[in-house]
Design a protein around this ligand. Sequence first.
Ligand SMILES: O=C(O)CCC(=O)C(=O)O
Ligand SMILES: [Fe+2]
Length: 263
Amino acid sequence: MMNVTRDLFKLPLEEKQKYTNLVGGKKEYRLESYGSDMDRSEWPVLDWRDQFYFIMEAESQRLDDLWPTQPPSFRDVLHRYAGRCRELADGVLREVAKVAGLREERYLADMLDEKAVTYVGLNLYPRCPRPEKVLGVRPHSDGTMLTILLADAAGLQVLRDGEWYDVPVVPGALVVNLGDTVEVMSNGLLTSPVHKVVANGERERVSVAAFFTVDPEREVEPAPELVSDKRPRLYKKMKNSDYMRELQDSLARGGRAIDKVKL
Ligand SMILES: O=C(O)CCC(=O)C(=O)O
Ligand SMILES: [Fe+2]
């Protein structure tokens, strides 16, 4: 997966721009596509990365035109990677449900039904001549059930008790982040980590992020059995598609979408 992603970014710009996020060459961006950060941001500095971003699963929801056709093995490799990630997501969500004390082990895993959408982000963080001036990705948490990350270099950092910690890179290992949807459904028993990617002055970095999100029409709220007098409800209900919109706004402003649903 890492090799085809690196090869994809090495393609000539004309090839990559077939999937551009500029609509009609203008600054009206679409989310699913190839390009760099949108400069509608109120955030003063854009993210230092190039990204392909499109639907990976369910197969029936894929926009075929946005799946790169080069390098030749790309589609087949990504299709197989998607299947393996799904198995992992299912297993992790079953364990997470147990940790949260949910009676039904499949409560969270079952949220990834046929209407759930998995996006993939293929990221290139170029070597940066002034790494202290920019970030690869600004601080945020993911609006997902979980995110599965594969990266070939250090750079990811996670915030804990006000301090940033490096996430180590273990060759061939994946990093799994819980997202905001699990935080809400677990009524805050599990939290969605704030993370960022720092720019690197020495080398480029490539990463692949699989974002498992629930059906856009699904109303996300704490599991009723995790709400009690002792543990009052901490989040209000919000339709997932509305949450996704909040997320884009928060990224542009620099705040956190989850604060919008906190009671
Ligand atoms: O590239 C990475 O390691 C993480 C990227 C990320 O956090 C994101 O795209 O949401
Ligand atoms: Fe993220």
